[in-house]
Design a protein. Structure first.
Length: 314
């Protein structure tokens, strides 16, 4: 190839580059031109995490001993020697041809000793929103606590039989441990105050109010032959309140790991008065249904509705 041909090829190449230069500058989209010496990469735009979030928690609830009450009376039964009676058997084992003519009661007390309620797991789901820089947020949470067994010992009582022309006789005093179980749903409105950010850790304090829905099973007794029927349980609403403290940790742009402690008071529940033998009894009442709880959960924030965070990649 001679010098003349090389010159022609170089001239053609220069003409192509000169023609393409304006198009290249336009393609840079305003980020610079070939004359700038530095061309930044395109910007990356993503949605900012908004103030509202969904959350889900699991945890463990340590039940405190409730204040349980069941009124107990000593019973005195009076008998006649009417030969048309029911032929009850007296304390000597002989058939007594009389019938019961009446009863009287002496109040003993209503304290249930050694009351205990089992611990259980808990789960919660809900949603909330915050105020951003002010550090306040509010949420509504629906919770459930698993079945937990109750045991207690009501006051002992005696049954005294008074027979005509025969000494009175007391049935032996018998322990009558009480048993039942309880499940609880809660719906709580919680208010929190975030206390600042320390390397991604955000401690907080909070308080809540709401309602507890208790499901109380039938109440039954053991070791006492006079208490073979079961007192019917009950379902009822009660006022609930709580105090909380914990810490959140930012694990992604929108997700926060939440570890917290809560003291919760779930109010009270009372049984019905009827039993499985169609008798009427005093109701069994459970007050101060409280617990200490530890929870671990995840708060996932929604997008910010058009608010953006712009990052320049270099």
């Amino acid at each position: 190839m001679n010098t003349f041909d090389k010159a022609r090829i170089a001239s053609a190449a220069f003409a192509v580059v000169a023609a393409a230069a304006p198009a290249l500058a336009a393609d840079l989209g305003g980020y610079g031109s070939t004359k700038d010496g530095y061309v930044p990469l395109p910007q990356v735009v993503r949605d900012a995490a908004g103030p509202c979030y969904f959350r889900a928690d699991v945890g463990y609830s340590w039940s405190r001993s409730p204040d349980a009450k069941w009124p107990v009376n000593n019973i005195t039964q009076y008998w006649s020697d009417d030969p048309s009676g029911y032929g009850e058997t007296n304390h000597h084992g002989a058939n007594y041809g009389g019938s019961m003519t009446g009863q009287s009661y002496t109040y003993v007390g209503d304290e249930v000793a050694n009351a205990s309620l089992e611990n259980t797991w808990l789960g919660e789901i809900g949603a909330g929103c915050g105020t951003g820089s002010r550090g306040f947020r509010a949420e509504v949470m629906l919770g459930f606590r698993g079945d937990r067994k109750f045991d207690g010992e009501p006051r002992e009582f005696t049954i005294t039989n008074i027979y005509p022309n025969d000494p009175s006789y007391d049935e032996p005093v018998t322990d009558d441990p009480m048993h039942t179980s309880l499940k609880t749903y809660t719906l709580m409105l919680n208010i929190y105050k975030d206390l600042g950010n320390w390397g991604g850790f955000v401690p907080y304090v909070g308080a809540g109010v709401g309602a507890a829905y208790h499901q109380l099973d039938n109440i039954y007794f053991t070791q006492n032959p006079f208490l073979t029927n079961q007192i019917h349980g009950n379902n009822d609403l009660a006022f609930a309140w709580s105090l909380m403290a914990g810490v959140g940790y930012q694990i992604s742009d929108r997700a926060i790991l939440d570890v917290g402690y809560r003291y919760i008071d779930m109010g009270s529940i009372a049984s019905q008065r009827s039993d499985t033998g169609f008798n009427v009894n005093p109701a069994v009442r459970f007050d101060d249904l409280t617990a200490h709880e530890i929870k671990v959960g995840l708060r996932y924030h929604l997008g910010g509705g058009g608010t953006t965070v712009v990052e320049q990649l270099k």
